[in-house]
Design a protein around this ligand. Structure first.
Ligand code: SF4
Ligand code: SF4
Length: 380
């Protein structure tokens, strides 16, 4: 069951009432109280101001804190934590929290902002991963509440409830997973293992100011005016696919979850409660460039389809530096799991031969200087 509410903007009283309704429908809310330790896991990604539409808006985080406190949770037992891309240290986290608006929310409410940046291993019963190193607050919380942003994603098509949990893996250790699982299918399987390990008790997705196009950072903010809540991260993501007109089986982690029987093929629209029409498919919603192209396998004449596996690697979408925009900050080179980006004369250069098309560089570029391109013949 998903509670879906129309919230036109972050100043609207509809936001708090949407969050209240989600808590009212959530069975787990009955177990909350003064001793409960709650982790709020927003999507922070990097240093972005709320109006960019990249990060979970502070007004959503504040509304969730108020709903928790109204149920007896002590502010000092609420922790806000994330590990965005790049290095994971206190200096970086403080600046990310400040720019995202979450530092101010925690200061005003008395909730804890996690800056110690410690992590430790947690056993996993996954198909691909038997142990994850996760940020400390995940281990210490009684309840994890996932607060994702509703966005497109150049590698996975979309990102919301499931993908947001990748931020519980500290800093550059995320790059190790990209190296270990370079193909999208196995990377998706790893994300399902992670989701089953962290298993948030509740998801509240911020789709008020969402993102379309080449998300999760380089796309265009789009006001969808919706908040979604429920206890099943896969079901929330199915609802997002429906809004984006994206076939769930094209999202690698949903496909993996479907194969394991954890996720339906499509959203059962009767699961939507509240303003169900606010979660209706958005006709002109823009998917990432990497998802608007037709697969070579379906476009190629039947007689040459046997060539597909060999050809596909040459025509798959790839990151391309727009040198006129590049400011030479080096963030892409720092994050690249393959170490295939070098700075030359103050500009980034990618050696495409080693690129595994994880698009971490595209996510981290602060000035949108990395585009995602596909061989033109195969575009729609
Ligand atoms: S160049 Fe970009 S897309 Fe390619 S491996 Fe490095 S970070 Fe990933
Ligand atoms: S491409 Fe972007 S992230 Fe890479 S060096 Fe240039 S500005 Fe920085």
């Amino acid at each position: 069951m998903i509670v879906c509410r129309r919230v036109p903007d972050y100043d609207s009283p509809a936001l708090q009432s949407a969050v209240e309704e989600i808590f009212g429908a959530w069975e787990g809310a009955k177990a909350l109280g003064a001793s409960a330790r709650v982790l709020l896991k927003p999507n922070l990604l990097a240093k972005h101001a709320p109006e960019k539409g990249v990060t979970t808006h502070p007004a959503v985080v504040r509304a969730v804190m108020e709903a928790l406190c109204a149920r007896g949770v002590l502010p000092q037992n609420i922790t806000v934590a994330d590990s965005p891309g790049g290095v994971y240290n206190e200096t970086l986290m403080r600046s990310v929290y400040r720019v995202s608006g979450l530092e101010a929310v925690c200061r005003e409410t008395g909730a804890q902002l996690y800056t110690a940046c410690r992590s430790r291993a947690k056993k996993a019963d996954g198909e691909l991963v038997r142990e994850f190193t996760l940020i400390e607050p995940v281990h210490e919380a009684d309840v994890v509440i996932d607060l994702p942003k509703l966005k497109t994603h150049v590698m996975t098509g979309m990102t919301c409830a499931v993908k947001n949990l990748f931020g519980t893996v500290p800093g550059l250790q995320k790059a190790e997973f990209h190296m270990r699982f370079p193909d999208k299918e196995r990377f998706g399987g790893m994300l399902v293992d992670l989701c089953e390990t962290v298993r948030p008790a509740l998801v509240i997705a911020d789709g008020v100011l969402a993102m379309e196009g080449d998300g999760p950072a380089g796309g265009t903010p789009r006001n969808l005016g919706v908040v979604l809540g429920g206890n099943d991260p896969y079901e929330i993501d199915l609802a997002v696919c429906r809004m984006m007109n994206l076939e769930p089986s094209r999202v690698p982690y949903l496909a993996a979850a479907q194969r394991r029987g954890l996720c339906a093929e499509h959203l059962d629209a009767s699961a939507l409660r509240g303003d169900a029409d606010a979660a209706a498919p958005v006709p002109d919603f823009k998917l990432p460039e990497s998802y608007t192209s037709i697969d070579f396998s379906t476009r190629a004449p039947r007689a040459v389809r046997w060539l597909v596996p060999g050809v596909e690697k040459f025509i798959a979408p790839r990151p391309v530096i727009e040198r006129g925009r590049c400011i030479g900050c080096g963030k892409c080179a720092e994050i690249c799991p393959q170490h295939t980006i070098a700075l030359k004369n103050g500009r980034a250069h990618i050696d495409p031969s080693a690129c595994i098309r994880c698009f971490c560089c595209h996510e981290m570029c602060p000035v949108k200087a990395i585009a995602v391109r596909r061989f033109g013949l195969f575009k729609l």
